[in-house]
Write a protein that binds this ligand. Structure first.
Ligand code: HDE
Length: 737
């Protein structure tokens, strides 16, 4: 995959000393890892060398290719082994990819827990993280509208700890018994297995209407959170309520959060839709490319904590997974950070075979009575047994880095060989006694319980709308509009009028304006009078993703297309390319075709990474078009080039142009008020950054102009770091796609 990345970027990263770090887990995996070396020769799986890759043993002569001989053990092994290559895909979250990394606590949480992974600031804990979509099959597209999984396995010295989270902090259901229903409703419909990896269909919305506790969650999935720009730009949430116990034996209820250093950013919907076809692997390539380039994604790790005594002090039940703990009531305390710095060596044995279980916690970390969590604790272990077999925890990617010893034995594909004559406890030798507390045994918190046996939930679980309103109210105007657009799209795909008209009614339980705006698009009747549940008008912090712009403005890892044709302005091109590379962005040169493109002065030529037809504007974050009369003229006559610029403009991307290319950009965008001053001169506006008249004579001069006098490059970079130009959308200029 390194072919995806311009080599120069990797060189800069290497020169900066960026590279993956060794860890206990990577060393552990090395035992099982082999490279293919030139001196290796073909063998069967049982080790016997073979003379060919290509011919089955036959009864053959010069004239006649006779029947195959079943006796060929090599032929049989090759085919039959292949026939059984597949294992069941995950029943949900089937599509995903991941990477290795490390976690470190920066501020001890010893007031909350005695778990060293959260208290020992000298420790670096190896991790593997798998990101995923939920509904689609293993071969579906990355950029669909869906929740994203964000599952982390910490290989701690006390055993494995898994936080199996999502990029959205709440869930559709309160009781695990409803999980098959919500997933059946969302997955392809049973009669024709349509649609793939989409919630835009009758059954999904039929369920959402009928199952009102999903209201809060479906609003999140209609927001931009469900179409992330990158897995590296998503938050992660443990969703369920866990507990932490400190050395004094005090217990807190807690929620876990990951917040990305790069900020929380999304695609725009039209872009996501197109990428589904143009580059279905967009997210997994993005993660791979960033790590290969040494631009390691980083997240802050945060904890929200509520003392045990305060459990009932809130107007929501803190054990209800359809509710957030609003930040103004329970602020997140960031205590650690995680960096992903190494791509996997092999997808199947590492990404496909990794098995997460919410029940995997280490001493100092515990569960709560959150019913969804308790159901999950059962389900994950069970699903791994069916997917990978009873010995799944022996697989290299899953085995802990600390000693494992017990009397669990046998089962399919057991491969640990445990010496000794007993496999039970108690035994006459006293072999493998239980651990004491001082030896680090996991002791359950002595929680006092009382109640009656009933299929019921506490009264606060019955409120299904307050936090849905809180979420909607907390969005910015642009984000609200995106929610409206998302409903308009989704309900347009529901042919059954019962489904879309009832859903429109349901939206009135959240916000009447939202309901009316969606009804205007899809049909259905908004209620004439005030709804039964008027919007309470309250807002909460840290819900709008615009509140997470990123730790500091950066263009590192952002893809910037440089559009050129023969006759391009070499000085402007070189200056931009060098500045982008130095900033660890990924410049991608796009030509009319992949033949070398010659500069205006004929002194040099460059090999484009891609051509205008092969690559698309959707796959980059910004576009730069250097001047050069012949280049600009050729691009102006090329419909695909015009489409590139126009589409990027519609998708709110920053566009930079110099010299003759400024007019080309104006022509492509075709909106007279944009990029043109009152005097008819090109100017920067709505994220279109131009530099028309300055003609640097040398590369050095160009860099200086770009950096200093005009601030061209600074403005261009600053725009890219801001992700998208929302002002363009607010001005209604984004409908050009
Ligand atoms: Fe999962 N979920 N889930 N889920 N989930 C699985 O386990 C399940 C829920 C999540 O990258 C399965 O290994 C139940 C919430 C992620 O390998 C399965 C319930 C959250 C992943 C399962 C939930 C998640 C899974 C399928 C309701 C966010 C992918 C394959 C009680 C906190 C992990 C597998 C990976 C995967 C069951 C609800 C996140 C069947 C029964 C809430 C990120 O065990």
């Amino acid at each position: 995959m390194s072919g995806l990345v311009p080599e120069t970027v990797q060189k800069v990263a290497r020169a900066a000393g960026l590279g993956p770090r060794e860890s206990d887990k990577l060393n552990d995996l090395a035992r099982e890892t082999k490279d293919m070396k030139p001196e290796d020769r073909l063998t069967t799986d049982y080790g016997v060398k073979q003379p060919t890759h290509d011919d089955w043993l036959k009864v053959a002569s010069k004239e006649h290719t006779g029947p195959l001989l079943l006796e060929d053990p090599y032929g049989r092994e090759k085919i039959m082994r292949f026939d059984h290559e597949r294992i069941p895909e995950r029943v949900v979250h089937a599509r995903g990819a991941g990477a290795f990394g490390r976690f470190r606590v920066l501020e001890s949480a010893s007031d909350l827990t005695f778990a060293p992974v959260l208290t020992d600031t000298s420790r670096e804990t190896p991790v593997f993280v798998r990101f995923s979509t939920v509904l689609g099959s293993r071969g579906s597209a990355d950029t669909v509208r869906d929740v994203r999984g964000f599952a982390t396995k910490f290989y701690t010295a006390e055993g494995n700890w898994d936080i199996v989270g999502n990029d959205i902090p709440v869930f559709f259901i309160q009781d695990p018994i409803k999980f098959p229903d919500v997933i059946h409703a969302g997955k392809p419909e049973p009669h024709n297995e349509v649609p793939q990896a989409q919630s835009a269909h009758n059954n999904f919305w039929d369920f959402q209407y009928n199952h009102t506790e999903a209201t809060h969650m479906f609003l999140w999935t209609m927001s931009d959170r469900a179409i992330p720009r990158s897995w590296r730009m998503m938050q992660g949430f443990g969703v369920n309520t866990f507990t932490l116990t400190n050395a004094k034996g005090e217990r807190h209820f807690v929620k876990f959060t990951w917040t990305p250093e790069l900020g929380v950013h999304s695609l725009v919907w039209d872009e996501a839709l197109k990428l589904g076809g143009q580059d279905p692997d967009f997210h997994r390539k993005d993660l791979w490319e960033a790590i290969a380039n040494g631009v390691y994604p980083k997240w802050k790790f945060g904890i929200q904590a509520i003392p045990e005594a305060d459990e009932h002090k809130f107007d929501f039940d803190i054990l209800d997974a359809t509710k957030i703990w609003p930040e103004d009531l329970v602020p997140t305390r960031y205590i650690g950070e995680m960096v992903l710095d190494r791509n996997p060596d092999e997808f199947f044995t590492q990404v496909e075979q990794i098995a997460f279980c919410t029940s995997h916690v280490v001493p100092g970390i515990g569960f709560s009575d959150d019913p969804l969590l308790q159901g999950r604790n059962f389900s994950y272990f069970d699903t791994q047994i069916s997917r990978l077999g009873v010995n799944f925890q022996e697989l290299p990617i899953n085995r802990p880095v600390c000693p494992v010893m017990n009397f669990n034995r046998d089962g399919a594909l057991r491969h640990t060989i445990t010496r000794g004559t007993v496999n039970y406890w108690p035994n006459r030798y006293g072999v493998c006694p239980a651990a004491s507390q001082s030896e680090g045994a996991y002791l359950e918190y002595a929680q006092k319980l009382a109640g009656i046996k009933a299929r019921a939930r506490s009264a606060k679980f019955q409120d299904h709308f307050s936090q849905a309103q809180l979420f909607y109210n907390s969005l910015s105007p642009v984000e609200k509009q995106h929610v409206i657009n998302a409903f308009a799209f989704e309900l347009d795909h529901c042919e059954d009028p019962v489904v879309y008209s009832r859903m429109v009614e349901r939206l009135a339980d959240i916000d009447l304006d939202l309901c009316r705006a969606v009804a205007a698009m899809v049909g259905g009747d908004p209620p004439g009078k005030a709804p039964a549940r008027p919007n309470h008008g309250r807002r909460a912090p840290a819900i709008s993703q615009l509140e997470f712009p990123g730790a500091e403005p950066t263009i590192a890892s952002r893809r910037v297309a440089i559009l050129i044709a023969d006759g391009y302005d070499k000085v402007a091109y070189d200056a931009a390319y060098a500045a982008l590379t130095a900033a660890l962005a990924v410049p991608l040169v796009i030509g009319p075709n992949r033949r070398r493109v010659t500069a205006a002065d004929g002194s040099t030529s460059v090999q484009p990474h891609h051509h205008l037809e092969g690559f698309r504007s959707t796959m980059v974050d910004a576009i730069f078009v250097p001047g050069g009369a012949r280049s600009a003229e050729a691009l102006a006559k090329n419909g695909r080039a015009l489409h590139w610029i126009r589409e990027a403009f519609g998708h709110l991307k920053v566009i930079g142009a110099t010299g003759e290319a400024v007019d080309l950009v104006r022509k492509a965008i075709g909106v007279p008020s944009v990029g043109v001053s009152e005097a008819g001169e090109a100017k920067e506006s709505y994220g279109v950054v131009t530099l028309k008249d300055v003609k640097p004579e040398s590369f050095k001069e160009a860099v200086e102009i770009a950096k200093g006098a005009t601030g061209f490059m600074e403005k261009f970079f600053y725009g890219i770091a801001g992700h998208r130009c929302w002002e363009r959308e607010l001005a209604g200029l984004n409908t050009l796609v």
